[in-house]
Design a protein around this ligand. Structure first.
Ligand code: ZN
Length: 262
């Protein structure tokens, strides 16, 4: 089975002592491809270093994370744009709205998110959307923008059946991670009503490790635990989950050429 971790931050300090080993452990577990969402100007160099070290496995994305939207957001956005002109990236993100940590820059967050939606359209790339305590705001913005060509992922999706219907209706896939393995989470119900064609897997490493590693550092090699949970909830085989989610991710990120090279 081949899996894809569509959202991992293993370029962060938490992996300074064993980053290459973490990539090798992932490959051992069938997690052959990893997509790296950027955070802000401070994370670009480490993300690109890792992408260059594992060119067939680690693919960078470019964007500005909502919790990094501060007074200097214009300079940060300009940097995102200049990087997009310099080399190949595979998605726009991580972007979106976060009203959990801090609401001070909500207006600026919306401006920056809308700007990155435009970039995703201009570069024909998927948009990786962070929706912490901001589901309604994100839906309002996407409906307002109203671009049928826009595609992407609702990262760390944990919403209701109705919210899943809304997100997939807007052409977005749902990113499933460790949260779906936690006790009493509502995805155990929601997932029964969502077709496999809308699902991709992710870790958000080093955050949100699945059971039995909950509370510890997360890493891409744990992706099969998420796949097993999806299989259990939908009462199907894990091979079917691996096949569908991997095909969905290859299509979404345009990885066909990368896969063919191997
Ligand atoms: Zn993330």
């Amino acid at each position: 089975m081949i899996f894809i971790d569509t959202h991992t931050h293993i370029y962060l300090d938490e992996f300074d002592s064993d980053r290459s080993e973490a990539v090798e452990r992932a490959k051992q577990n069938g997690v052959r491809y990893m997509l790296l969402p950027n955070i802000d100007s401070t994370s670009v160099d480490d993300m690109l270093t890792l992408s260059d070290e594992f060119p067939g496995n680690c693919f960078p994305m470019m964007g500005l994370h909502p919790t990094s939207v501060k007074e200097n957001y214009r300079e940060e956005l300009a940097l995102v744009e200049s990087w997009l002109q310099k080399r190949k990236f595979f998605g726009i993100g991580e972007c979106g709205i976060d009203l959990y940590w801090d609401k001070t820059f909500f207006k600026e967050q919306e401006y920056v998110f809308r700007h990155q939606i435009e970039l995703a359209l201009a570069y024909d790339m998927p948009l990786i959307v962070h929706i912490r305590d901001s589901y309604n705001e994100v839906i309002r913005i996407l409906k307002d923008v109203n671009k049928p060509d826009l595609r992407g992922i609702f990262h760390c999706f944990s919403g209701s059946t109705e919210q899943a219907r809304q997100a997939t209706g807007l052409g977005f896939s749902l990113g499933l991670g460790g949260v779906i393995t936690f006790k009493n989470n509502r995805m155990q119900e929601t997932l029964k009503h969502v077709d496999l064609k809308h699902l991709v897997l992710e870790t958000d490493a080093p955050f949100l490790a699945p059971v039995p590693y909950r509370g510890k550092r997360n890493e891409p090699s744990y992706i099969p635990l998420v796949a097993e949970k999806v299989a259990e909830i939908k009462n199907i085989g894990v091979e079917e989950v691996a096949k569908a989610t991997t095909e969905n991710a290859i299509r979404l990120f345009g990885l066909q050429d990368e896969v063919r090279k191997q």
